[in-house]
Design a binder for this molecule. Structure first.
Ligand SMILES: Nc1ncnc2c1ncn2[C@@H]1O[C@H](COP(=O)(O)OP(=O)(O)O)[C@@H](O)[C@H]1O
Ligand SMILES: [Mg+2]
Length: 313
């Protein structure tokens, strides 16, 4: 498999206070989670993260987590004096989880400087898949959003894939702005890997079939609409709508269900699996992820990428 998988966005330091007063840390963020799952599924595929971090101790911890997962961080710009986004997961006495974020000033928001764009432009011919999410777009200003979509267009016109996950986060931007930029991004994407929940918030779609039609009408060749325990719908100009059910499991923590699904789906499609084969594996991986706590589950718990002996893509 030639070429690289690039994932653009914000990787944060996850802090988990422990009963004894210590704090455990990990790296997480939707685009980063997908990058980790992709690298684990296809170790031979170079996976590069595209972002910015500071030069402080917390940024170094994040880079160390990336290195431990074999994620190439050479496209993560270093912003002198900058700091990364952080979030803490607190669990109250009743077991209810609460997230607190410190991300408004994160260095990731300043990615895609002129120097960074020059570096990316020089390496862009290696990019086989570029992943962008609603969170990636949310944290950028309009000039950076435009620059990112221009990179995406270059990847697509060179025959690469541009995968977009809508991941709408109301705390980061308003729905009208998000809807406008998500549709712009969809128009340059080859793969829309959208959550029905987010599509409903942005466009008020009544049912999955209507939502699928709306996304298809933007001209995205390959569309996957994810809806939790209901599984997903496949569509786009390359095929007829098909429903793939979720694997029935007892979910413990649905964090990163959609992110791991994206990795499973794209890894299978890169290996020439059919849409259905790809979605079935993506559902199996996501079902495993929701049976574990946290965004990134232990590597040994993941189902391996199936060998495709008789695919008919
Ligand atoms: N409770 C669940 N049981 C089994 N599979 C699930 C469950 N929740 C999510 N999944 C799987 O993860 C995929 C993505 O989940 P979804 O909740 O739609 O995405 P997101 O996490 O982005 O909101 C679903 O299509 C399904 O395959
Ligand atoms: Mg999601």
């Amino acid at each position: 498999m030639n070429g690289e998988f690039w994932s653009a966005g914000e990787c944060m330091l996850e802090l988990r206070p422990q009963p004894d007063g210590t704090i455990l840390h990990a790296a997480a963020g939707d685009s980063y989670n997908t990058a980790v799952y992709m690298k684990r599924l296809v170790p031979a595929l170079p996976v590069r993260y595209l972002s910015a971090l500071g030069d402080d101790a917390m940024s170094i911890l994040i880079r160390n987590h990336m290195h431990a997962e074999h994620i190439d961080d050479s496209l993560v710009e270093t912003r002198p004096g900058g700091t990364p986004g952080l979030y803490a997961i607190e669990t109250d006495a009743g077991g209810e989880r609460r997230f607190a974020y410190w991300r408004a000033q994160s260095a990731a928001r300043s990615m895609l400087s002129a120097a960074h764009l020059a570096q990316l432009g020089a390496a862009l011919a290696q990019c086989r898949v570029l992943l962008v999410t609603g969170i990636t777009l949310a944290i950028l200003d309009d000039d950076r959003r435009t620059a990112l979509l221009a990179l995406a267009e270059t990847v697509r016109s060179a025959g690469g894939w541009v995968a977009l996950d809508n991941n709408y986060r109301a705390a980061l931007w308003d729905a009208a702005t998000a809807a406008k930029w998500m549709d712009r991004a969809a128009r340059v994407s080859t793969h829309a890997l959208f959550s029905l929940d987010d599509e409903v918030v942005l466009h008020g779609a009544a049912d999955p079939a209507r939502a699928l039609q709306r996304i298809e009408s933007l001209g995205v060749p390959e569309v996957v609409l994810k809806f939790g325990a209901g599984g997903c719908l496949l569509g786009g100009s390359c095929g007829r709508a098909a429903h793939v059910p979720a694997v029935q499991v007892q979910a413990l923590d649905t964090t990163a269900a959609g992110d791991s699904f994206n990795a499973g789906y794209l890894a299978q499609r890169l290996a020439d699996a059919t849409y259905i084969q790809a979605a079935e594996f993506a559902c199996a991986l996501a079902a495993t992820v929701v049976m574990h706590h946290g965004a990134i589950i232990p590597a040994h718990a993941m189902p391996p990428l199936p060998a495709l002996l008789d695919s008919e893509s």
